[in-house]
Write a protein that binds this ligand. Structure first.
Ligand code: BGC
Length: 809
């Protein structure tokens, strides 16, 4: 009995102990359980519950050194941050967390319901690893869409939006929250290594294209990051270069596209650039990141650095560059220390955190979206093909060489006919499952490609590639293999090719990407072997009364004037994405009538380019630091060309280009009529309209371009500036469409730095409707009675002293 009682006694003691323990555990856990959760509590409540460490870590990406998100911190116990080396030099994002191969992730705070969000490149398609460790059952390829330069050449915002809708679905279905694109820097100079990622030399085309793709992508409930904000127009010394630009050129040229994209499409994020602007890194400039972007333009998302961009995390926080990517613990520690030592007010962090949480709140990650990892790549490839054909530009077509008529056998010359370039390298590259070569595309359309060439080229290319050195560590890994020189073809073989085939098609290919600008020899200019190929093929085929077509498979402008007279037709195919060969064939065969127009000028020669004198600027080797690919060289570039970029320069200073801005041929012809304005005097707004009629024999589309010439009594001005554009639907022969354009006050205004305002001068204006910047069809005049201050801004971006001037003092 006694034993029984004792056992009962001990049992109840044990029960009591368990109960007590449970209570203690529950009490200990209750603060976490009661912590406000993102999505349930307000953002302000979540911020109020965050520790300083949590704020700092959220504002610094979960980058390479952080590893997987740690368990929730124990309240009251300070985190001991590990100290991996700070990232050095240029880099392209690559993480193994969550979505392998994506560019980066943010820091998760599970106790507050804040998930990590995944960000991924890039502008022409999702860049993730196609193959995953320990997962051999599946691949993760993505669609390579045509590059930005091609999309812009379509001048078709509806088309670009449609590409965005398709693209954004792949972003979402691969578990990505924010796409790191579009790239939208201005084509200041043809040698810019990343020009293929960008749209145009003109800010209106740039802004409208960016807005369209942002709207399309974001319609899927995922975000974008318009980049690189701003004046990042070269790759040479991109991490150190100090870009010196006037405020007027910034406002009218380098900021304008971003302004349009922000106002029209509200991208979730903006990525600041690597370069300095007028002496300070862009990510550390409050005037750029907060005053202009947020206060003047009404940007509502968050701002992130480019990968490893800028130097001073405290300055970045103060400027309003909310997120530092890819992030390392030293940056988080520096932020925490700065708050503790009162150099940085915690309210700055609160504001930055709020910007981030507002966006995270909208992300698929917060909704725990169950992505499929299986977008419909077949369907998407067809969108890519369709868009590619719409942005190709027919530069020359003598004697109606194109479209193919009565052609059965094609002699296909040039390496890239067999090894086509779908897109550029670096973070703009896409891991696609395949690329359709032009040889394949022609055959898919039932054409016969010369058999001897079909065998010889791939064998030659493989042999040449085998001789190339293995890619080295660092940026070189991302830059792709060097080009294979053109194969020399014996004269006797050429004679046979000309006898056996109906037409010659020669491809000229160029590739480039982040980390380096292009060169003049063998890149901007054709190599000797390429010139010889064009000359020899043309002579052999012309001797037999057969035509020669050149297909340019390039990402940026090349020299054309010295060789174009020797060939019958030139199709600028750009880098058209994974369906390249099919899309080019669509245009060559006439299945698609080309309707692309140049969004960037092809000059007669490089020396005609206004920035040629100061590109890529000066370097200061005596001040260089680091070794190998970590070597950092102070450098500076002065934009002496000011607002006179692209056609603004060529038209004003009467420099005749080879193919002007806005130029592009069609297989049909168009007639412009009835160009008129809604009123002869400007009172806040005007409408311009024009009727375009297909006056030829096949269906086609035309791009109407509205240019304005403004009085230049107070400020100097380009003779014409593009203020609107629109593309017709597919017009059947004889069919017409009326296009209309709105001219608002801002379209009349230039930036007057003395007044810090957009000012429209009083006087006579001319509106012109053109098929290109030179081919003006009709004009109409209107008046502005009194000078108008359209918008008053705060002073910003004051140029600082250049390194060169400092040295001479
Ligand atoms: C590039 C960015 C890119 C980032 C992440 C950087 O090197 O400049 O455009 O988004 O890497 O990969």
């Amino acid at each position: 009995m006694m034993m029984k009682n004792l056992t009962r006694y001990f049992k109840s003691i044990r029960l009591l102990a368990i109960l007590l323990l449970l209570q203690t555990v529950c009490r200990a856990q209750s603060p976490a359980q009661n912590a406000p959760q993102l999505g349930k509590a307000t953002v302000k409540q979540v911020i109020a519950a965050m520790t300083l460490e949590e704020k700092a870590k959220l504002l610094v990406g979960a980058g390479r050194g952080f590893g997987p998100p740690p368990p929730p911190p124990v309240p009251g116990k300070k985190d001991s941050a590990a100290k991996p080396a700070a990232p050095a030099g240029p880099m392209i994002g690559q993480t193994d967390q969550k979505v392998p191969g994506a560019a980066g992730v943010t820091y998760a705070i599970p106790r507050l319901g804040i998930p990590a969000i995944v960000v991924s490149d890039g502008p022409a398609g999702v860049r993730i690893s196609p193959i995953r460790k320990g997962d051999s059952s599946k691949t993760y390829y993505a669609t390579a869409f045509p590059v930005g330069t091609l999309l812009a050449s379509s001048w078709d915002v509806d088309l670009v939006k449609q590409v965005g809708v398709t693209f954004g679905n792949e972003v979402r279905e691969y578990g990505i929250d924010i796409l790191l694109g579009p790239g939208m820097n201005i084509h200041r100079n043809p040698l810019g290594g990343r020009n293929f990622e960008y749209y145009s030399e003109d800010p209106l085309v740039t802004g409208k294209m960016a807005a369209a793709i942002v709207q399309g992508i974001q319609s899927n409930g995922v975000g974008t990051s318009i980049k690189h904000y701003t004046a990042n127009n070269q790759e040479t010394h991109r991490n150190t270069v100090n870009t010196i630009v006037s405020e007027r050129a910034m406002r009218e040229i380098y900021l304008r596209g971003f302004e349009i994209a922000v106002k029209d499409a509200q991208p979730w994020t903006v990525m600041t650039s690597y370069n300095k602007l007028n002496g300070t890194y862009t990510s550390e400039r409050a005037d750029l990141v907060t005053n202009i972007l947020r206060n003047e333009w009404g940007f509502k998302g968050f701002v992130m650095t480019d990968w490893g961009g800028g130097r001073d995390p405290i300055a970045q926080m103060k400027a309003g560059n909310d997120l530092i990517m890819p992030g390392n613990p030293n940056q988080a520690k520096a932020i925490i220390d700065a708050v503790n030592s009162k150099q940085l007010d915690e309210s700055v962090l609160n504001a930055n955190v709020e910007h981030m949480l507002n966006i995270i709140l909208k992300s698929p990650a917060v909704a725990n979206y169950k992505y499929s990892d299986a977008p419909d790549l077949k369907k998407d490839a067809q969108v890519s093909r369709m868009a590619a054909a719409q942005g190709m530009v027919l530069l020359k077509n003598s004697g109606s060489a194109l479209p193919f008529s009565g052609i059965k056998k094609v002699a296909l010359f040039g390496n890239t006919g067999y090894d086509i370039i779908a897109g550029g390298t670096g973070s703009g590259n896409v891991n696609k499952a395949y690329t359709t070569s032009l040889a394949q595309g022609l055959q898919n359309a039932g054409l016969q490609v010369d058999d001897a060439l079909l065998k010889a080229y791939p064998a030659y290319i493989a042999a040449e590639r085998a001789k190339q050195p293995k890619p080295q560590r660092g940026m070189a890994m991302f830059m792709g293999p060097p080009p294979v020189p053109q194969m020399a073809i014996a004269d006797a073989d050429l004679q046979q090719d000309a006898a056996n085939n109906d037409i010659a098609v020669i491809t000229i290919g160029r590739n480039a990407g982040e980390g380096a600008d292009r060169k003049l020899p063998d890149d901007y200019y054709l190599s000797d072997a390429e010139k010889a190929l064009i000359k020899n093929v043309s002579e052999a085929f012309h001797a037999k009364g057969k035509k020669v077509v050149v297909v340019l498979n390039i990402g940026g402008v090349i020299e054309v004037a010295s060789w174009r007279d020797g060939v019958d037709a030139i199709l600028l195919a750009w880098q058209p994405g994974l369906e390249a060969g099919n899309a080019i064939t669509d245009v060559l065969s006439g299945a698609v009538n080309p309707s692309g127009k140049l969004a960037t000028t092809f000059t007669m020669d490089y020396k005609d380019v206004p920035s040629a004198k100061n590109f890529p600027g000066k370097e200061y080797p005596d001040q260089a630091t680091g070794e190998g690919f970590r070597r950092q060289m102070p450098a500076e570039v002065t934009y002496e060309d000011g607002i006179y970029v692209g056609y603004r320069y060529y038209s004003t200073f009467k420099v005749d280009p080879a193919y002007e801005f806005g130029y592009g041929l069609s297989y049909t012809t168009f007639n412009y009529s009835n160009f008129k304005l809604s009123a002869p005097v400007f009172k806040g707004k005007l409408t311009a309209s024009v009727t375009i009629t297909n006056s030829g024999k096949v269906a086609g589309k035309e791009v109407g371009q509205l240019y304005l010439s403004a009085p230049a009594a107070k400020l100097d001005k380009p003779v014409i500036e593009l203020k609107g554009f629109a593309k017709t639907r597919l017009l059947q022969p004889g069919e017409s469409q009326t296009l209309s354009f709105t001219i608002d006050a801002r379209a009349l205004a230039s930036y007057d730095t003395a007044q810090e305002a957009w000012v429209a001068e009083a006087g006579n204006y001319t509106a012109s409707i053109g098929a290109s910047s030179k081919d003006i069809k009709q004009t109409a005049a209107f008046k502005l009675a009194k000078e108008m201050v359209v918008e008053k801004d705060e002073q910003a971006l004051a140029p600082q002293v250049a390194i060169s001037e400092l040295k001479s003092k």
